[in-house]
Write a protein that binds this ligand. Structure first.
Ligand SMILES: *[C@@H]1O[C@H](CO)[C@@H](O)[C@H](O)[C@H]1NC(C)=O
Ligand SMILES: *[C@@H]1O[C@H](CO)[C@@H](O)[C@H](O)[C@H]1NC(C)=O
Ligand SMILES: *[C@@H]1O[C@H](CO)[C@@H](O)[C@H](O)[C@H]1NC(C)=O
Length: 398
């Protein structure tokens, strides 16, 4: 396999200032988050008595707004019921080192009280509000995980079951497999045509069209050095040794489908940004994972053979968050595992000043490293792409 290196790696010592800044900014961020959290006038005070095994009746309305510093405003009873510490029925548990469990919600949830209150106001054992947009906005801003709810989510009126395998992999699913409320388009015909008809930007605008560009991705039909093919990447490892992995921000999961055709199991994380990405991925017959790029990856250390990400990890992500994220990818990859960073995007000097040193610092070995100009919006914008194939060393002692 050809190993291209168009950017010389900078020695680490040149980047001390960068790392000082990075560390400072992440520490400041932590400080900010923790002070915000602690000073929040409404902390979710534990109220263990309210959590019960069955349903919860709303408490009678109270009129004690006199001290908003110490008294939380009237939180939805379901929020209190979910987040309150709950006694383990069998008592002290050695694994927990506790006799209690605290069901989690993302700590920033507390910052977005109005939205959180709306999200948790519903009838127990009834239908959930059809509020996908509200939930996703909360989640994208950091209220992740969202609290669980005791209600049934909106479902299509005349749900159509998915096509059987292998037909499902390359078929557009039925319109009635989706609840369309949250999206501009209300059917797949509209989604398939939106790159022709729609003005303005939408994530992955043409990718619901499985007979368009999706069909040619990663199978060696490309013109640019930045486009690696799946088979070239797999050839780096012993046949059969890449078996399981994750595609971060994987659009409609064509990467996972191509890998499935090679008997490799890939989980695809995706948001539903103005399109039913998670429903579509599931309808194709591969596994969608609804977590944002901020969330700790829900995998154990040293477990995955490959992590891929295209067009998502880029300069829109705050640099400290990106640094944490790449370390998290390193964590979940097994020794010898591959990180395929596909079309990382940034502008001009950012590549050599910020992103190349950041990525290089984490400790992967470089198998491929290709930097190229992104020309689609004109050369004068000086936009850059990096495609890299990185390997977690077999010996990576901590
Ligand atoms: C909960 O809802 C289901 C379905 O509507 C119903 O069959 C059941 O009786 C309800 N349970 C309670 C405790 O209300
Ligand atoms: C799809 O939705 C568009 C509006 O978004 C509508 O004009 C069109 O008739 C719909 N097509 C089908 C096949 O339902
Ligand atoms: C995938 O697995 C099936 C069943 O074990 C086998 O028949 C097929 O040849 C495999 N395909 C590839 C590309 O390895």
């Amino acid at each position: 396999m050809d190993s291209t290196s168009q950017t010389a790696a900078k020695p680490f010592s040149c980047n001390n200032l960068f790392f000082l800044l990075l560390l400072l900014s992440s520490n400041l961020l932590t400080l900010f988050v923790s002070t915000t959290f602690n000073n929040a006038s409404c902390s979710l005070k534990p109220q263990p008595q309210i959590a019960t095994v069955t349903t919860v009746d709303p408490p009678p309305p109270e009129d004690n707004d006199d001290d908003s510093e110490t008294n939380p405003p009237d939180l939805p009873p379901e929020l209190i019921a979910f987040t309150s510490p709950q006694q383990l029925p069998l008592g002290f548990n050695k694994n927990f080192d506790s006799d209690q469990i605290f069901p989690p919600i993302g700590s920033p949830c507390k910052i977005f009280q109005d939205e959180l209150r709306r999200y948790m106001s519903y009838e127990v054992n009834g239908s959930c509000p059809d509020d996908e947009l509200l939930a996703q906005k909360l989640l994208l801003r950091g209220c992740e995980p969202l609290p669980r709810r005791r209600c049934r989510p909106a479902a299509p009126r005349d749900y159509a079951e998915p096509y059987p395998l292998p037909e499902s992999l390359w078929s557009t699913p039925s319109d009635s497999s989706v609840v369309w409320t949250a999206y501009t388009c209300k059917n797949y015909t509209c989604l398939l045509n939106r790159h022709r008809n729609q003005k303005g930007f939408d994530d992955c605008k043409d990718c619901f069209d499985l007979n368009g560009r999706e069909k040619n991705r990663w199978i060696g039909e490309s013109i640019s050095d930045l486009d690696f093919s799946i088979d070239d990447v797999l050839a780096v490892k012993k046949p059969g040794s890449v078996r399981i992995g994750l595609d971060i921000g994987g659009g409609v999961a064509t990467f996972a489908v191509r890998m499935r055709e090679r008997n490799i199991t890939i989980i695809t994380s995706s948001m539903n940004l103005n399109g039913p990405f998670n429903s579509f991925i599931a309808a194709r017959g591969v596994v969608p994972l609804y977590v944002s790029i901020s969330q700790r990856l829900p995998f154990f250390d040293n477990t995955l053979d490959i992590v891929h990400s295209m067009h998502v990890l880029s300069n829109w992500i705050p640099t400290p968050l990106l640094h944490f994220l790449i370390f998290d990818i390193y964590r979940v990859l097994r020794p010898g595992g591959l990180f395929w960073l596909d079309h990382f995007f940034c502008v001009g000097e950012q590549m050599e000043n910020v992103y190349a040193p950041l990525i290089e610092s984490v400790g992967f070995s470089k198998v491929k490293w290709v930097v190229g100009k992104k020309m689609d919006r004109g050369p004068e914008l000086n936009e850059m792409y990096l495609s890299a194939l990185l390997e977690k060393p077999l010996k990576n002692s901590w």
